[in-house]
Design a protein around this ligand. Structure first.
Ligand code: SAM
Length: 229
């Protein structure tokens, strides 16, 4: 949890508390926690992140010059724009859509020198709903794991890309983590931390079918409309 980290600076903590007054629903709080956690680590670990940031921005520059796209670009997982190569990517697109579920990203994106189209959604179309639905599960351990195992990919509610090119800045890799953390928190609340730790292999195994189905359906949907990734 971002707020439980005792090493975060007080200015960032104050900013976080103000944001929590404004955004209080569980899904928004989940992504606020991710965003503030990233910002805090980026501040504290800047020297260690420098090489990663530099390589990510160089990769975006290479992608931009070798990609044959037209006018529309989609940036999924733009988050706080920490690793976004604005110098290369902003002039390259006439329309740029930035996408992230963290509601505070809109404020960060507004500060860019060129207007972008902000989209604040859960791109999986199912993670927020799946995590919220766990609260309605009251069965014993084995049956609860079956409910988790049976989660399947969304049919048509998921976010759809309609762009000439799509660039994911470290978001696709996060989706399974968000689902895993949501399940773990729910199981710990119901069965206790020690029990959940002891039965880790069982609940991790129950997560995989949903992860895989979600992943393959997203990949197919995105791949059909936008290249390259
Ligand atoms: C590792 S961070 C990417 C950091 C980003 N490149 C930046 O500069 O801040 C992952 C991002 O994915 C977003 N995210 C995670 N799951 C999401 C979902 N289901 N839908 C939309 N955004 C999501 C988080 O809010 C976070 O900003």
């Amino acid at each position: 949890m971002f707020w439980a980290d005792r090493t975060i600076e007080s200015a960032l903590l104050l900013h976080y508390l103000i944001a929590r007054l404004r955004y209080w629903n569980p899904a928004a709080v989940r992504y606020l926690n991710i965003g503030f956690g990233i910002e805090s680590r980026a501040n504290r670990l800047a020297p260690f992140w420098a090489e990663h940031m530099q390589r990510t921005r160089s990769a975006q520059a290479r992608w931009a010059v070798t990609t044959d796209f037209r006018a529309n670009g989609d940036g999924v997982g733009r988050g706080r724009l920490l690793d976004f190569n604005r110098t290369v990517l902003l002039p390259r697109f006439s329309n740029l859509q930035l996408v992230d579920a963290d509601p505070l990203c809109r404020h960060v994106w507004k500060k860019l020198p060129k207007p972008v189209d902000p989209v604040c959604v859960d791109i999986s179309g199912c993670l927020d709903e799946w995590i919220a639905s766990l609260k309605r599960v009251h069965q014993p351990w084995a049956e609860t794991l079956e409910v988790i195992r049976e989660k399947s990919a969304p049919a048509d509610a998921a976010f759809c890309v309609n762009s000439d090119a799509l660039l994911s800045l470290n978001i696709l890799s996060q989706l399974q983590i968000v689902w895993q953390e949501g399940v773990e928190a729910y199981l710990q609340g119901r069965f206790g931390r020690d029990f959940v730790k002891k039965h880790e292999a069982e609940w991790l195994d129950a997560l995989r079918p949903g992860d895989r189905r979600w992943w393959s359906s997203t990949w197919r949907r995105w791949n059909a409309v936008a290249r390259p990734m």
